[in-house]
Design a protein around this ligand. Structure first.
Ligand code: LLP
Length: 430
């Protein structure tokens, strides 16, 4: 199986950043997320380089929803990253990580009054999803005696080749303002006394392995930029969103990289803005492609069993990694302590959750397994821990961060005390 260069098989064990996954599992317990900070930074720099080589004003905003660990946000902040934040929580974490407020965009299709007040207070730009929200933000800015800088999220009505649950710019999606109604929305924004429209924003979907749809989106955005410029909107940024996929099937999926994206999209962007006579910043919001392959999820085999097929029951279920159960997502798996043994037996790798759908990896050819073996689930860094839960009252697992030869816990595992910590006892039960 093709592996990225931060992963390697040595002495029969899977290694990440030179660290033996089996030793990490022993030391920190399982389930365990292990992330290579170096790999994340490498991916971030590859976006900056590919875009920056073709257009002078570029901001790479990490989509914090993909992986909200503060340590990872801090590592990105130190390299100059901003963030697409989708909640007040993500906004607080991005600021805490040291990201500059002007490099943040507060996205979201259902922001609360408190979200809007926080964005105003922190001076963070807001991507608006409705006219209702526009007027609520105008009122919040007025109350604070401030001007809120905004974009609208454009719904470009584009079909994209991905799972329907993560196509976000379909005509039928819940997100954004239909592209035809965008000029009217900006006209309304221009009339608001405490609102300053400074950008436009879109996101067409996630896990897209074909570059063409991104080019189509850029064309829509340029058409809109032209119209808005004629209306008198001074565009300081155009945000083309995230969405570049990764090859979860290592040997067969296309593997587009930032360079491919930039080579296709930036010329359209550049020619478009030049034709409008404007020079806005080019913003992108990658999530998955920055962090997915940086991380392995290590999970221990509790037991094996032969029924109508062979099962390997492991200690990570959809409470820890929900993607396979939620989207039928494929993740490569490697038995970390038997990484060079022949793949002779077919197993379905299942989690410990009390649901039939709790399957991490169906029908995989693996070495002969035994209780205690450590299975590494690859490409678990995006929407992995971020979407984990305490279902079946299982504490969330720890996360480890690697940089060079250094190893550190970046989030401790929760305990049963954490399960109880937020619970109140109603008076009638005293
Ligand atoms: N910007 C906005 C406004 C978004 O809605 C998203 C993702 C991104 C950026 C980042 O997109 P990316 O580069 O990661 O594709 N939980 C799903 C993915 C949901 C993506 C939602 N929006 C999964 O595990 O596949």
């Amino acid at each position: 199986m093709r592996l990225a260069h931060h992963l390697a098989i040595k002495n029969g064990h899977l290694h990440i950043n030179g660290q033996d996954c089996v030793a990490l599992a022993e030391k920190y317990g399982t389930p365990l997320y292990v992330t290579s900070e170096d790999r994340v930074i490498e991916q971030f720099e590859s976006y900056k380089k590919a875009l920056g080589a073709r257009y002078p004003k570029v901001q790479v905003l990490f989509a914090a929803k993909a992986n909200g660990n503060l340590a990872l946000l801090r590592a990105l902040a130190q390299k100059g990253a901003g963030a697409d934040v989708f909640s007040s929580g993500e906004l607080h974490l991005a600021l805490e990580a040291g990201m500059a407020p002007e490099r943040l965009l507060f996205n979201g299709s259902s922001k609360t009054p408190a979200d809007l007040r926080l964005a105003v207070e922190k001076g963070v730009k807001v991507s608006l999803d409705s006219l209702d929200e526009l007027h609520q933000l105008d009122a919040a800015a007025q109350a604070a005696g401030k001007i809120a800088q905004v974009s609208f999220r454009v719904n470009p009505a584009l079909e994209v080749p991905t799972h329907p649950k993560i196509a976000t710019g379909l005509a039928t999606s819940k997100f954004g303002i239909p592209h035809k109604e965008i000029p009217a929305a900006y006209r309304e924004a221009l009339a608001c006394r405490h609102i300053l429209p400074v950008g436009i924003h879109c996101h067409i979907g996630s896990q897209i392995l074909d570059i063409e749809p991104f080019a189509r989106a850029a064309e829509v955005m340029i058409r809109i930029a032209k119209e808005l410029t004629l209306m008198g909107v001074k565009l300081e940024f155009i945000d083309l969103g995230g969405g570049l996929g990764i090859p979860y099937h290592h040997d067969t999926d296309p593997s587009p990289i930032a360079e491919d994206y930039a080579a296709k999209v930036v010329p359209i962007f550049k020619a478009g803005v030049e034709a409008c006579g404007i020079s806005p910043e080019l913003w992108v919001e990658p999530g998955r492609s920055l962090v997915a392959d940086s991380t392995v999820l290590l999970t221990r085999v509790n037991s094996t069993k032969s029924a109508h097929k062979r099962f390997a029951n492991v200690d990570a279920g959809f409470n820890i990694l929900v993607r396979p159960a939620m989207y039928d997502s494929y993740h490569e798996v490697i038995v970390a302590n038997k990484a060079d043994e022949p793949l002779i037996t077919e197993y379905t790798v299942t989690g410990p959750i009390c649901e039939t759908g709790d399957i991490l990896a169906p029908d995989r050819k693996l070495p002969q397994l035994a209780a205690g073996d450590i299975i590494a689930v690859l490409d678990a860094g995006a929407y992995g821990y971020a979407m984990s839960s305490q279902y079946n009252s299982r504490p969330r697992c720890p996360e480890v961060l690697l940089r060079g030869t250094q190893v550190a816990l970046m989030r401790r595992g929760e305990t049963v005390d954490d399960l109880k910590a937020a619970i109140e006892r109603p008076a009638w039960q005293m």
